[in-house]
Design a protein around this ligand. Structure first.
Ligand code: ZN
Length: 217
C-alpha cells in the first residue's frame, strides 16, 4: 500500500469513527430522553461500529509497518486478519441485537416521542454520505476491506431507516411492540449476514495465502 493510498484509507476511517461515535452519543441520549428503545439500540449499534473502525485503524497501522504473521511458512496479510476480526465483531453485534429483539420489553410506560425520528433521519443521511465517500476510496484503491466497510455503512443506513419505521409505528400505536421487535429482528439478521460474509471472504484469502518459500531450491 502506498503512502497516499494509506492516508486516504486512514482519513475515511477517521471520518467513520468520529461520525459513529457522535451518532452513538446522540442516539443513546435521544433514545433515553424521548423514550425510544429502538433508537437507543441503534445507538449501541453505532458504538459497536466505532469499535470496528478502531480495529480497522489498528490494521492500517500494522500494515504500514509491513507486519505479517508467519504461520507454518505462509505469510498472512494483516488486512485479511483484520477483516476476520471486524467480521467477528459485526457478527457478535448481530447476535446481541437478535437477542434484544427476542427479549425486548418496554422500559418505560411513556410512549415514544415522535421527535426521536429526527435522530434516525440524520443517521440515515450521515451513513449514506459515509457509504459514498468510503466506496469512492475503495473503488479507487481496489481495497476489499474498505469496500466491506462501505457496505457496512449502507447496512447501518438501512438499520437506522428501520428504527425510523419503528419510531413512527411506536408513536401511532403506543401499545404495540410488534413493529419494534420485527424491525430489531430484521436488523440483527442483516448484521449477522454482513459479519459472516466478511469472515468467509477474508477466511478464503487466508487459506489461499501464498507460501513464503514457493520456489523449490
Ligand atoms: Zn453497523
Amino acid at each position: 500500500m502506498t503512502q497516499t493510498t494509506q492516508q486516504e484509507h486512514l482519513n475515511v476511517t477517521y471520518l467513520g469513527l468520529f461520525a459513529n461515535l457522535g451518532m452513538a452519543v446522540a442516539k443513546i441520549t435521544g433514545g433515553w430522553l424521548l423514550y425510544s428503545q429502538t433508537l437507543k439500540a441503534d445507538g449501541v449499534h453505532s458504538l459497536a461500529d466505532s469499535i470496528t473502525d478502531l480495529t480497522a485503524m489498528v490494521v492500517l497501522f500494522l500494515d504500514s509497518s509491513n507486519f505479517s504473521l508467519d504461520i507454518s511458512g505462509t505469510q498472512i496479510k494483516t488486512e485479511s486478519i483484520g477483516a476476520v476480526i471486524i467480521g467477528s465483531i459485526v457478527l457478535m453485534g448481530g447476535v446481541l441485537l437478535g437477542k434484544e429483539a427476542i427479549t425486548l420489553t418496554p422500559t418505560s410506560s411513556k410512549s415514544v416521542n415522535p421527535h426521536a425520528m429526527w435522530f434516525s433521519v440524520l443517521s440515515v443521511l450521515v451513513k449514506e454520505i459515509l457509504y459514498r465517500k468510503t466506496m469512492k476510496v475503495a473503488r479507487k484503491n481496489k481495497s476489499p476491506a474498505l469496500a466491506a466497510s462501505a457496505a457496512h455503512h449502507r447496512l447501518d443506513s438501512f438499520s437506522s431507516a428501520l428504527s425510523l419505521v419503528s419510531i413512527v409505528a411506536g408513536s401511532l400505536y403506543p401499545n404495540s411492540r410488534v413493529v419494534d421487535m420485527a424491525c430489531t429482528g430484521i436488523v440483527s439478521a442483516l448484521v449477522i449476514k454482513e459479519g459472516m460474509e466478511v469472515i468467509f471472504a477474508s477466511g478464503r484469502d487466508i487459506i489461499n495465502a501464498e507460501p513464503k518459500h514457493a520456489k523449490v531450491d
